[in-house]
Design a binder for this molecule. Structure first.
Ligand code: NAP
Length: 304
């Protein structure tokens, strides 16, 4: 078992919590950064993880404060940078999304540069950074060589995608200039057990089990030959097809029959780059079964 120290930014988040769970189970020492270490209710699930009391350390850090990550990152061999603003109610997108995502990533990477123990940085990007563009060849699944168009994102004010695309590009530029070993992971929509019943439907979408995303972060961190970008997605599916699967699996749940149709291009993802490292994704049924089981267990949903 490996026991070296790694840092996970945004430790209290959905993805980071699962990543920390998997890192602790693999024997790592984890330094997690949070904005508010005094918020016991928000952090209780982390302290309940196996190995947390012995090998988890939480420290305060804020993306928009220069140098804020220095202490957390110093002495770590790996840094998983997951912290980034994820959709919510916003009034000033440049300040609230773009600045923390892009400048915050550079802030984290400047701390990485000061750390002589650093082996690799894994940056959590998003599959949205490859698929927002005006030309798709429906015959050719989208792979990691594709980038979303900054111009289209700006024109239609798709702030989240813009933030992830600009942050990943900035990370590549900084790491290439400064000799930092960077690998990026591009998950599609995360599904799995979680603490709230938040769901949004976006027409045709890629889906991936949260546990697979956590495992893929560790795979691309540990694999000697991992390099570049990795799409991380199990299945791309139209929302109407998804609800049809779900309603035949859960006939007593009030699942809509159809959704408003968006004029989105047909696309598939080519995930052979990560599957060729030996990874096998869980199915759409498994991710939604785990999600629904967890919602029932936590009292958010009851199955008649
Ligand atoms: N959810 C998805 O379907 C999905 C898909 C692809 C990629 N991703 C990426 O995965 C990562 C995690 O997403 P998630 O779904 O787990 O979202 P989440 O639960 O909202 O977690 C985001 C984390 O980022 C932290 N954060 C936000 N702004 C910050 C700031 N200014 N300073 C310090 N920390 C800040 C949050 O801290 P607080 O808890 O203090 O707010 C939170 O811990 C993000 O990079 C996201 O873009 C998510």
């Amino acid at each position: 078992m490996t026991h070296h120290k790694v840092c996970v930014t945004g430790a209290s988040g959905f993805l980071a919590s699962w990543l920390i769970k998997r890192l602790l189970l693999s024997g790592y020492h984890v330094v997690g950064t949070v904005r508010d270490p005094a918020n016991e209710a928000k952090l209780a699930h982390l302290w309940n993880l196996e190995g947390a009391k012995e090998r988890l350390h939480l420290v305060k850090a804020e993306l928009t404060e220069e140098g804020s990550f220095n202490d957390a990152i110093m002495g770590c061999e790996g840094v998983f940078h997951t912290a980034s603003p994820v959709l919510g109610h916003i009034t000033n997108p440049r300040e609230e999304i773009l600045k923390p995502a892009v400048d915050g990533t550079l802030n984290v990477l400047r701390s990485c540069k000061k750390n002589p123990s650093l082996r690799r940085v894994v940056f959590t990007s998003s599959s949205s950074t490859v698929r927002v563009k005006d030309k798709f060849d429906p015959e050719k699944p989208v792979d990691e060589s594709s980038w979303s168009s900054v111009e289209i994102c700006e024109k239609y004010q798709i702030w989240y995608v813009l933030s992830k695309t600009m942050a990943e590009k900035a990370a590549w530029e900084f790491c290439n200039e400064n000799g930092i070993n960077l690998v990026t992971l591009l998950p599609s929509f995360l599904v799995g057990p979680r603490e709230t019943e938040r769901f949004k439907w976006h027409g045709r979408m890629g889906y991936v089990h949260i546990d697979d995303v956590a495992l893929c972060h560790i795979l691309v961190y540990e694999h000697e030959k991992a390099q570049g970008r990795y799409l991380c997605s199990s299945t791309v599916i139209d929302n109407d097809e998804l609800v049809s699967i779900l309603s035949s699996r859960y006939p007593t749940l009030p699942i809509p029959k159809r959704f408003e149709q968006h004029d989105r291009p047909y696309y598939e993802f080519n995930t052979t780059k990560i599957t060729s490292l030996g990874f096998k994704f869980k199915s759409i049924q498994e991710m939604f079964d785990d999600c629904i089981t967890s919602l029932v267990a936590q009292g958010h949903l009851s199955i008649p």
